[in-house]
Design a protein around this ligand. Sequence first.
Ligand code: GLU
Length: 529
Amino acid sequence: MNINKVRVRFAPSPTGGLHLGGVRTVLFNYLFAKHHNGDFILRIEDTDQTRFVEGAEDYIYQCLEWCGLQPDESPKHGGPFAPYKQSERKAIYKQYAEQLIAQGNAYYAFETPAELEQIRSDEKINNFQYNIWTRVNQKMKNSIVLGEEKTKELINNGTPYVIRAKMPDWKDLEKTIPDYREKLVETGENPFKKTVTDLVRGTLELDYANVDDKVLLKADGMPTYHLAVVVDDYLMKISHAFRGEEWLPSLPLHVFLWDNLFGLENMPQWAHLPLILKPDGNGKLSKRDGDRLGFPVFAMDWTDPKTNEKTIGFKERGFLPEAFINMLAMMGWNDGTDKEIFSLEELVTAFSMERVHKAGAKFDYEKAKWFNHEWIKKTTDYRLLTIVKPILEDAGINIDDDKKLVTIIGLVKDRCTFLADFIQQSVFFFKQPENIDVAAIKPKWNEQKNLFFAELIRAYELTQFWKHDELEKEFKEIAAVNEIKAGELMLPFRIMLVGGKFGPHVFNIAEVLGKQETLSRIKYCLKLL
Ligand code: GLU
C-alpha cells in the first residue's frame, strides 16, 4: 500500500463501560500514530441501534481525556473525513452493498427474522447459517434462488430485505478463474485461502470456505459493523487497523470485502492485539472478575443507565492516568530491556508494534498498584496538588493554603498507593486528630517523660527558627540532658501530633503544623496521659 501518512483508528461501539483492554487498544493505536507522526482517529460505530446506550459516547470522550489520549479527529473534534459517527453516514454504505450485488459478491435475502427462526426449528439446526450450501436451497427467499425478475418485483413492492455477502463457492471461482482446477493441481494454491500479514501475529492464512454469508446491510438500511468498518477504513484512509484479537474470526470477511470493493493493495495493515486475561490466566478478564476479586476493570466509573448498577473505574479507585497508561503499555509490550516506568512521551518514542507479544497478558492488580505508587512518587508535588486538593476537599478538609498542601504532598506521597490515601496521610495537618492512640503510649509512660515534654514545650516556645532540623536538634539535646533515649520519646511525640503511629518524619510534621499548633497538641495530649 502506498501510505502517505499513518492513520489509525479506535472504533468502539458505545455500549457501556470502557474495559481496560479497550483502553490498551486505544493506547497502542495512539502510540503507533504519534511515533510515526500520524493521526489517531476516534470513530463511533453505532450502527446497531438496538444496542444504543444513553451516555456511553460521552463517557468514551471522558475516558480518553482522562488518559491523555486525545484523538486528532472524532465526532466531537471534527476533521476532514467527518462525520465520524457511523449512524450519521448511513447513506454512504448502501452504494457499496449494491456495488457488491452488481459484482456478484452479495445478494438480497428476504426472510424475516421470524422466518429464519422457523427455518431453524424446521431444520432442527440451532445455529443455522446462511452460507454457500444453504443459500441455494429452493425454500430460501433470496435473489440467488428467486432470480432477477422476482427479486425486482419484491423490492419494488417494498418487501423488506437484507443484503448478504456471497462468500465464493466453486462455481463462482469457475467464472472468475476458468482454469482454477488446473491451477489448484499445478500450484497447490487453494483459491479459497488468502494470506495476510498481521503485525503482531505474522502471516495469517484465511479460509473463505469457512465463512458464512453475513448480513452487510440490514432491513432498516443500516450497515452491519462488517460493511461499515471496511467502507470507513477505506474512506477515512486508515493505514493501519489495530484491534482486539476477538475480531480475528471476522477478518476473512473483512478481507473478502476489501478484495472485492477496494482491492487488497489498499487494505490497512492489520494487528490483532492479545487479550488481557484473568489473573489466573484462564480466559479473558471480564467486569465480573473485577467485581468478584475487588479491582476495577473499567477506566472510569460507569453507571448502567438501565439498571443503575455502578461499576468502579481505575480513576475513581485512585489511579493516576500516567500509572494506568504505563501499566497497560507493559501488558503485552516491552522495549526489550527491564525498564518498566515509562511516561507517555517515552512510550511514544519507544513503541513498536513488532514488540507486542502474541500471547495474552495476565492482569495483576498488585502490579497495577505498584505502578500507581511509583507514579505518585514520581509526579511533581505541583501536579499532585491539582489532583489531591479536590479529593481532600471532598473529604471535608478545608484547604486555605496551597503552598502548605504542596509541602505536605511532598512529605507524604511516598506513603500513598492510591490517591485517596492522601486523605488519611494528610488530614492531621489540617485538623487536630479526633482519635489519639494514647493506649500506645501509656504502658511506657512515666514521670520522667512527662517532665521531658514539659521542658520541650518551654524550649519550643522560645525557638526562633521553626525548622525541622532545629526542632530535632533541640529535642535530642533535651533528651540527652534528661538521660532518656530520644528514640523512646519519638513515638509519644508522633502520636501527640498525628494521633497514630504513621506519617512522615515527626519533625517535618511539627514544622508544617507550626509552633502554636504543635505546642497545643502536646499540651492536649499531656492532659490525657
Ligand atoms: N466496533 C468494533 C468494536 O466495538 C471495532 C472493531 C474494529 O476495530 O474493527 O470493537
